[in-house]
Write a protein that binds this ligand. Sequence first.
Ligand SMILES: Cc1ncc(COP(=O)(O)O)c(C=O)c1O
Length: 396
Amino acid sequence: MPGYEFFGAEERKEVNDVLSSGILMRYGFDGMRNNMWKAKELEQAICKTFNCKYAQLTANGTAALTTAMAALGIGVGDEVIMPAFTFVASFEAVLSVGAIPVLVDIDETLTLNPDAVKKAITPKTKCIMPVHMCGSMADMDALLNICQQHKLLLLEDACQSIGASYKGQHLGTIGHAGTFSFDFVKTITCGEGGAVITNDEQVYIKSDGYTDHGHDHTGVDRGADLHPFIGYNFRISELHAAVGLAQIRKLNQFLTIQKKNHQLLKDILSKVPEIRFRNIPDPTGDSCTFLSWFLPTEAQTKAVIAKMKAQNIVAGNFYWYDNNWHYIKKWNHLKNISTLNRLNDAQQQALNKLAQQDFSASDAVMSKCVSTAISLSWTEKQIVEKGEKMVEIMSE
Ligand SMILES: Cc1ncc(COP(=O)(O)O)c(C=O)c1O
């Protein structure tokens, strides 16, 4: 899955360019930088690769989500509907702008169940945020319909699904805005980095300013920039952008390998009659970072995970149901409102309710689900060995 598997001379060259210019910051120092702008170049490459009008790089994917929400005008009292299976960053970003995360059930797409979304809409709902988990997509037609009917914003957390698409459109470019993460374990990496992508000029201009203390970036003298609104420092450095630039040029190569390895493993696991695979609304658009599969019962799934552990082949097989980062069941810090600073009253009330909420429909999906990470560096022989061992364990 992660681009770090294929680091090489290309990344070193880009980083060395920055080191030799000596300008590690993405803004300013125009005279000294020899016309080298790695962050700008990466933003242009993102627009070209994903066919969108604007891209704003950020320090990481969490900052990209926060920035996108601020740029979309999401704030205190607004409800953002999001799935109960995601990474903690998705709700952290909602809380950081003063808004309320409304967690709802997922289905076998492993992301938002459109019926659960409909039921969660209130007069305070401002935005629906699908999280395209594990390389694949939410049911975007259904979610777009709901957004249009209720005049809601659609923000796509595509941090885990770089290079995936839905009916020919790249994930992240379908809603009002989308976000990517380029952290160390993502499909392409900057080490740390992220991006807001959008086709809306105003969302872009606001994202650009918000990530750099509100600077309007209209002149060549940073000191003379105006500040039309308050922003923060969510900037990416030139060093990180340089790594990303080398990586984005390899994206198609990564996706081709991922898809090939994914198909081979899927063919092998298909020999197990009890296995069902994740429901993928547009299978041709799957980026194939993971192969997610279900066994008929929680007990069978837990037994298989235990056997894989015992035989030392569990690495790369994720049982999210028991994982501390990705599923509501173990998010006690959220349910107990364990924050360092006081949340606003609306947030506190919502989180008190969340602790009592019934997620049995999501439990029924997650408790039977395993996601196998697809490695770029596997040989065909290794995939066959791994797959056959897994089949053997499941057939015992
Ligand atoms: C779904 C999702 N959203 C947001 C993020 C946050 O990205 P970052 O680690 O770059 O802050 C991640 C990172 O794992 C993620 O998986």
